[in-house]
Design a protein around this ligand. Sequence first.
Ligand code: 5GP
Length: 112
Amino acid sequence: MSTIFTQIVEGEIPARIVYEDETTVAFLDANPLAPGHTLVIPKDECERLNDVPADVATDLYDTIHRMVPAVEDAVDADATTVAFNNGEVAGQEVPHVHCHIVPRFEGDGGGP
Ligand code: 5GP
């Protein structure tokens, strides 16, 4: 059984994809903590950060690096919280590595 994020990669369920390349994809979170909340994932299914092959980890970082300013610009955020929940105990609900990019605004009073 593939993860819900693999189903997004394969176009089996809809998502608002905002960036895609050979190995990574970025899409809007379905239950955003703030407008513009974006997830960046490797296309290949990896449960935890250390399961991601080194070359894909580099691609993942490049996409995060590209998306942080794009997300900030899109919603005129003051900053972003950029985070991985790595493992169930840490709050990871979807067992497919994903980086949260959560726009932050002056006085918003808290992060993820
Ligand atoms: P986690 O708690 O695993 O770090 O975060 C999982 C995130 O995936 C949550 O913020 C949740 O809203 C988001 N999410 C779960 N299912 C879907 C889905 O089907 N589509 C999209 N776009 N986001 C999802």
